[in-house]
Design a protein. Structure first.
Length: 239
């Protein structure tokens, strides 16, 4: 699963040709990543693979396995940090559900706050996703019906954060596809992130969402931080 090639078939043939030139181990292709000679340790993490395979539903979700593993790592690290977990926007709740299973969130004393519009109209600045619908909110609530400490809120970020949001945050995941919304979320929530808390910016390294990087870099620099751009396209900040 790659995004952007003018001719996907020819691009895939090229990738396969390159693969044929290297040892047949340690290769990863997908999510606009092609790498070889790597340990790919997350593929040997049985707990992660069990959680991942239980919940992924589409080829896109399968392709972003490396991104989801980054989230699981960050969430696991954040268990020892004071504060709750926050994700804006959660869409179908797939990655958050994998995180919950991986870190055994049901055994945690933390809360997990998930936000999304769940529906989309043509006048919205961000683009629609395939499963945005009037039913998505109830479907996501059903996905977490066994985890009462997961709170799902429908509304526009950052406005809805004034109504429902934690005072202390250990793990913050932003995936809003919208620079104004992400900056608004950071302006409201950054000071609530505990020392050692982890922030993951899903869109930070993607050219299609460069407006978010251009808005977020000055914000973090003003606070004395620099975002680490990961090969997955995510941005990482440890407060």
């Amino acid at each position: 699963m790659f995004w952007g090639p003018a001719n996907h078939d020819e691009f895939t043939k090229g990738i396969q040709h390159a693969i044929n030139q290297v040892a047949p181990h340690g290769i990863f292709t997908g999510d606009n990543i092609f790498t070889f000679g790597r340990n790919l340790s997350f593929l040997d993490d049985k707990k992660f693979i069990t959680a991942f395979t239980k919940h992924v539903e589409t080829d896109v979700e399968k392709a972003i396995i490396w991104r989801i593993n980054i989230l699981c790592w960050a969430a696991n690290q954040s268990l020892r940090i004071k504060g709750d977990f926050v994700e804006c926007a959660c869409y179908k709740g797939i990655s958050a559900r994998i995180v919950c299973d991986y870190v055994e969130f049901d055994k945690s004393d933390k809360n997990y706050y998930l936000y999304d519009l769940f529906e989309h109209s043509a006048d919205m600045e961000h683009h629609s996703m395939p499963e945005h619908s009037a039913d998505l909110y109830s479907q996501v609530k059903q996905r977490f019906n066994d985890l009462p400490q997961v709170h799902i809120t429908q509304g526009a970020v950052p406005d809805v954060l004034h109504q429902v949001s934690p005072e202390k945050i250990a793990f913050l995941h932003l995936d809003l596809n919208n620079s104004a919304a992400e900056l608004g979320a950071l302006e409201l929530l950054f000071d609530r992130v505990s020392t050692g808390g982890i922030i993951i910016l899903d869109d930070y390294g993607w050219l299609a969402y460069r407006a978010q990087k251009e808005a977020e870099d000055p914000f973090f620099e003003k606070h004395g931080y620099r975002v680490l751009e990961l090969p997955t396209g995510q941005g990482l900040v440890i407060k």
